[in-house]
Write a protein that binds this ligand. Structure first.
Ligand code: SF4
Ligand code: FES
Length: 361
């Protein structure tokens, strides 16, 4: 059995932004009972013993946790490479300097667009100027900076401007990632899925920038898998390389797995090692034995692992089916239908913003 390489620590689902593409669960109310500092430190220790080398401090907005500096220091003591995945709201100079001193290795800042009006509208709050200020601070303090942009129907036409912004900020890396349809994004899918024409326009812009910026800035472009012939090898295979710990201590093979009707696993009840090696949740879709046709006899079964279990569940109601994104899947018509809608007559669909926290708006 492989050991996990990366841990996504979702410290909290509270967030000052309310992006409609958020992949956090729609059942936010279940995650209010957050792990304490001591519990998180124990999780990190157990993760390190299990072989984890990379720790992503994420959310929600991880900076809403008062103990984030202490958690970054623990990661450093354990020798793990730590990455802060943030909206940058709350990354003022004092906090940033403390995080730097604590040994945080990398900062990833999300922006919603390349200019204020659109970025703030998508984020649901005034935030763009503070994000840009924080990006400059990240560079000033000597951190590597990744700019992360979730692309969708309303901002994909700005990829050229987004790349120019990343260049101006001297980012080391930009991730232009088309929306993955989980959580709130799933609820808003039809308003977010870009058209084929939009993708065709964006692609050469990204390719040209990638060639021009080679050696200076890494440009990562994630296509929407609804337009692919084959599914993505989600998480590098179920329970093969990564694990996620949710704010309440639930342990998951991927950030969206809490939506699946599978037995729970929690760091409050079991050590990570036992969960990784033998919990029914992690064992459910590990390897290839669980696969149905057509994956079972397919040459690509150890390349894409049958695609994404969460996507299969969302689209078919059965997480054990072939990801309908695959053109060989008997359920592929479900993806075709969404793509047909995205390429039909444009209709203005209202986005449902995620709330800042359960019960709020
Ligand atoms: Fe991948 Fe299954 Fe499609 Fe083959 S049939 S390409 S293994 S999803
Ligand atoms: Fe859960 Fe792909 S997001 S398996």
């Amino acid at each position: 059995m492989n050991r996990p390489f990366g841990l996504l620590a979702e410290l909290t689902y509270r967030c000052p932004l309310s992006c409609a593409y958020c992949s956090n669960p729609v059942t936010l109310a279940e995650y209010g009972d957050e792990l304490t500092t001591a519990e998180w430190c124990r999780v990190f220790e157990q993760a390190q013993e299990l072989g984890v080398l990379q720790l992503h401090l994420s959310g929600g907005e991880p900076l809403l946790r008062r103990d984030v500096v202490e958690l970054a220091a623990t990661a450093r003591e354990l020798g793990m490479y730590s990455n802060l995945v943030t909206s940058a709201l709350g990354l003022d100079r004092r906090r940033a300097e403390r995080l730097r001193a604590a040994g945080l290795d990398h900062v990833q800042v999300s922006v919603q667009a390349d200019e204020q009006e659109m970025s703030d509208r998508i984020a649901g709050t005034r935030s763009f100027d503070r994000k840009i200020e924080a990006c400059r601070l990240v560079k000033e303090l000597g951190w590597p900076l990744t700019l992360n942009v979730v692309l969708h129907r309303q901002n994909i036409h700005r990829v050229g401007d987004l790349l120019a912004l990343a260049e101006e900020l001297d980012a080391d890396r930009i991730e232009l990632a088309n929306t993955q349809y989980y959580g709130w994004a799933w609820r808003n899918r039809d308003a977010l899925l870009p058209s084929r024409a939009q993708l065709a326009e964006a692609e050469p812009v990204v390719s040209a920038a990638r060639a021009r910026l080679a050696g200076r800035m890494e440009v990562v472009y994630v296509l929407p898998d609804y337009y692919s012939r084959y599914p993505k090898p989600c998480m590098g295979g179920w329970a093969e390389r990564q694990l996620t710990v949710a704010p309440n201590g639930d342990v998951l093979p991927c950030p969206a797995a809490q939506s699946l009707p599978l037995p729970r696993a929690s760091v409050r009840e079991d050590p990570l090692e036992r969960i990784w090696t033998s919990s029914p949740l992690f064992e459910s879709y590990r390897g290839t034995d669980w696969m149905p046709d057509p994956c079972r006899g397919c040459d690509r079964r150890e390349i894409d692992f049958g695609g994404c279990r969460c996507q299969a569940f969302q689209l078919t109601g059965d997480a054990g089916r072939t990801d309908p994104v695959c053109h060989l899947s008997p359920d592929h018509h479900l993806v075709d239908e969404a793509v047909r809608v995205a390429n039909g007559e444009p209709v203005e669909l209202e986005l449902v913003p995620r709330p800042h926290r359960a019960g709020a708006s």
